[in-house]
Design a binder for this molecule. Structure first.
Ligand code: PLP
Length: 418
């Protein structure tokens, strides 16, 4: 009999996500019926109201002006790029502390370094029950485990109590804990932690750090630029000022969404440390991990970043385009939210961002029914993800009603089958 030659750590894993699967179903239907006859709510990229992929014009122009030397060589760390990432990330709300950054290929690379560099093999990593699916795979692929706490309580606000309880519970058995929090514009719910909720999180972590345990908080801010007014949505970073020893904050910054450069793979892992030693160690270790994993990152987007950040007028154009896209997405979400209320469809409180989520334990079944109506959405373990970033406005009216009808159909089938 054939022996499995894959290392035991990777056996049984698959890179095919429910997102890729739903998208493949949509591709098949589009080939048969034409793209205009289906509703595709699967993609985490922005599409305009004509159904065209959006790469922001300001970014396109900067890209076209690059010369070969800015595109093709290997990159050694470009300090100007890292400075630009930090200013794009924090804006006016740069916290006080030792802040350094390391180049990574998007937030996925940042998450990889946080998981591998700041946890031991076998450790538990903590995140919210509503999270981007890759978090778990990133932990498992690297020999770590993931546990969850409730993002939201019964009042539909951040569940600080469950967070504090879980942190305490895990640190009974571990000396150190990495926590992944995706806000603002959480994927898949569109939830934002308020300034008060962030302060609550930091309070719990400071108390924990003072007790001698180590805590590393990674803020996944992938959707930052589409989460609200530029200065206002960055204010929460200020609560990471003056951290005590044993508490390290990391920000996973990416050009994927904020520059619509998803496949170009550029970002930065930024640390806010309480000591210079910790910050220096962060840079040294991250640079070494980069060399041992992807080697070098893509140089072209780094020069796009420099071109835009070096010009106040281009930056203004970029921010204007971001606002236009944010407003476009928000108009779509408004229709869904309004109609969900009218049709009695339950949804997770949406504030902003690329996705809306309908909670249900029958997501797979409901999505299969929706596919018979030529509607393609992503089934998650606890709900259905609707990518409002990719659905043209004209297709929004009636969508909540269709999801409700499919949910009713599923419950009738389940009732008959019971
Ligand atoms: N974090 C979240 C919450 C995401 O939804 C995504 C992508 O969809 C990422 C990170 C990964 O983005 P990147 O392309 O920067 O690796």
């Amino acid at each position: 009999m054939d022996k499995c030659m894959i290392s035991s750590q990777f056996r049984g894993l698959s890179g095919i996500s429910s997102i890729a699967e739903a998208n493949a179903h949509a591709d098949r239907a589009a080939q048969e019926k034409g793209e205009n006859h289906i509703l595709r709510g699967t993609s985490g990229c922005i599409f305009d109201d004509e159904g065209r992929f959006v790469m922001m014009k300001t970014v396109q122009r900067a890209y076209r002006q690059l010369v070969p030397e800015q595109i093709a060589p290997y990159v050694s760390e470009l300090d100007s790029y890292l400075e630009d990432c930090m200013s794009q990330c924090f804006g006016e709300s740069r916290p006080d502390g030792y802040i350094r950054a390391c180049t990574v290929p998007g937030s996925t690379g940042a998450l990889h370094h946080a998981v591998c560099g700041y946890t031991e093999p076998g450790d538990i990593v903590l995140t919210t029950d509503w999270h981007w699916g890759s978090y778990e795979n990133l932990c498992i692929h690297n020999g770590r485990r993931m546990e969850q706490f409730h993002l939201l309580n019964d009042r539909g606000t951040f569940d600080l109590e469950d967070f504090a309880r879980k942190v305490g519970q895990i640190l009974k058995y571990q000396d150190s804990l990495l926590i992944l929090l995706n806000s603002p514009a959480n994927n898949p719910t569109g939830y934002n932690l308020s300034a008060k909720e962030w302060t609550g999180v930091v309070h719990v972590l400071k108390k924990t750090a003072l007790s001698g345990k180590s805590v590393i908080l990674l803020c996944d801010v992938a959707y930052l630029d589409f989460s609200g007014e530029a200065d206002e949505c960055r204010q929460f970073f200020r609560c990471f000022s003056d951290l005590p020893p044993n508490l390290l904050v990391l920000a996973a910054y990416t050009m994927s969404k904020g520059f619509t450069l998803y496949g170009q793979r550029a970002g930065a892992l930024i640390c806010i440390a309480s000591t210079r030693r910790e910050a220096d160690e962060f840079v040294r270790v991250c640079q070494c991990m980069s060399k041992c994993t992807w080697g070098s990152c893509n140089r072209a987007p780094m020069h796009v970043m420099r071109a835009l950040c070096g010009s106040p007028s281009l930056l203004k154009d970029l921010n204007r385009e971001r606002t236009e896209n944010r407003n476009m997405i928000s108009r779509r979400a408004d229709i869904f939210t309004r109609e969900a209320k009218v049709s009695g469809l339950d949804m997770i409180p949406y504030i902003c961002g690329f996705f809306i989520t309908v909670p249900t334990l029958h997501a797979k079944q409901i999505c299969s029914i929706l596919e018979t109506y030529n509607i393609f959405l992503v089934p998650l373990p606890q709900g259905i993800r609707i990518a409002v970033c990719s659905i043209p406005l004209r297709q929004m009216p009636g969508l909540a009603g269709s999801v409700k009808a499919a949910a009713n159909e599923a419950s009738t089938l389940n009732f008959q089958g019971a």
